[in-house]
Design a protein around this ligand. Sequence first.
Ligand code: FES
Length: 68
Amino acid sequence: MSMHDEHPTITAYPDGPLLVRGAIDLRDADGNAIEQRRRTVALCRCGLSAIKPFCDGTHKPAGFRTED
Ligand code: FES
């Protein structure tokens, strides 16, 4: 099985982003394809990233918590 056939997985990272691994079809709100440079992408779920939909690490200094 090639990397392209790999079943995608989404891992909810504690106090951080959603890590998406595998081949996915990522689109913006208008349905346009969003270019992915890496096989693993981190999608922001704290709402504070400056590069949405991707995580830019801002969740950490912001003190974002998923378990409170
Ligand atoms: S989850 Fe990392 S910046 Fe939002």
